[in-house]
Write a protein that binds this ligand. Structure first.
Ligand SMILES: Cc1cc2nc3c(=O)[nH]c(=O)nc-3n(C[C@H](O)[C@H](O)[C@H](O)COP(=O)(O)O)c2cc1C
Length: 302
């Protein structure tokens, strides 16, 4: 008998596998492949207080072993999610992490306060967004701001707050520690790496926003390095992500220190990736006579 169940930030989950926000919508598109309730948790598309159209076309392009996107947080707004999507996910028996974004600290606080009265199980706070009050620099690049947003969102909810960090910083450890100091119950590592592509016929940037986020297998070594670096310096659990496409990738993140793993771009290439990863983790435990997946968390450090 093997155990894939895990306890993440006080939540009992059937396995440590979730999805990267923005790569799984609100779950319905994947229902024809498998019931999303097989996942430890589903993580929603990033939501703002009000509906958002996102950026104009020229929003994604494939790159070697990955993709660039500048979707720009297109979403129906958090109230619509609570009314239309959340009840269906709950009916299906899913554990739901709601991913949220804001243009300023007040918007983060307001969304989290609103979600507190809903059935979401945890809130993942995406700090890769531009901070309008600070001239558009991402919230997640300044430890003081990370601590402030964390503290203020934790204060308005009884749900676990997971702080999702941007990798576009010099010192990821101090940023993760700032989230912990603010009272975060977990952190997600990593969001996309800033990149760009140029159309040589048009002699213009491909993406309408000029820059976009690089994701997929191309970023896996960077993401893994950040999880490995942060793990010994914090006491709260980590959701590791960045280029995970199979159970071997997932195991690397777990061994680096991730309590949970998320599959993002991998879902676009293989919609069954999450299901196969859950099966692959189980098989690894059986083949190696390991009773409990949690025994492997951070084992590469020992
Ligand atoms: C098309 C697309 C949309 C995304 N939207 C969001 C989002 O709304 N909120 C968020 O926190 N991360 C978002 N992400 C980042 C992913 O959740 C994930 O952190 C990142 O892509 C790295 O994982 P991966 O390499 O497995 O895709 C998005 C990524 C992609 C590719």
């Amino acid at each position: 008998m093997t155990n894939l169940a895990t306890n993440f930030a006080g939540l009992k989950l059937k396995n440590p596998v979730t999805v990267g926000s923005g790569t799984y919508g609100f779950g319905s598109e994947y229902k024809r492949f498998y019931n999303p309730n097989i996942l430890g948790a589903i993580t929603s598309k990033g939501m703002t207080l009000n509906e958002k159209e996102g950026n104009p076309p020229g929003r994604s392009i494939e790159t070697p072993s990955g993709m660039l996107n500048c979707v720009g947080l297109q979403n129906p707004g958090v109230e619509f999610f609570a009314k239309e999507h959340l009840p269906k996910l709950k009916e299906d028996g899913c554990t739901v992490f709601a991913n949220v974004a804001g243009k300023d600290v007040d918007e983060y606080v307001e969304i989290v306060r609103f979600l507190d009265s809903t059935e979401v199980d945890a809130v993942e706070v995406n700090l890769s967004c531009p901070n309008v009050a600070e001239g558009g620099i991402a919230f997640g690049t300044d430890p003081k701001v990370v601590e402030e947003v964390t503290r203020k969102t934790v204060a308005v909810t009884s749900k676990p707050i997971i702080i999702k960090l941007t990798p576009n910083v010099a010192d990821i450890v101090s940023i993760a520690q700032a989230a912990q100091n603010g009272g975060a119950h977990g952190i997600s590592l990593i969001n996309t790496l800033l990149g760009m592509s140029i159309d040589t016929k048009k002699r213009r940037p491909v993406l309408s926003n000029t820059f976009g986020g690089l994701s997929g297998p191309a970023i896996k070594p960077v993401a893994l390095r950040m999880v490995y670096q942060v793990y010994p310096h914090i006491d709260i659990p980590i959701i590791g992500m960045g280029g995970i496409v199979n159970s071997q990738d997932a195991l690397e993140f777990i061994m680096a220190g991730a309590q949970m793993v998320a599959v993002g771009t991998g879902n676009f290439v293989n919609p069954l990736a999450c299901q196969e990863i859950i099966e692959g983790l189980e098989m690894y435990l059986e083949e190696n006579d390991i009773e409990d997946i949690n025994q492997l968390v951070g084992i590469a450090h020992k």
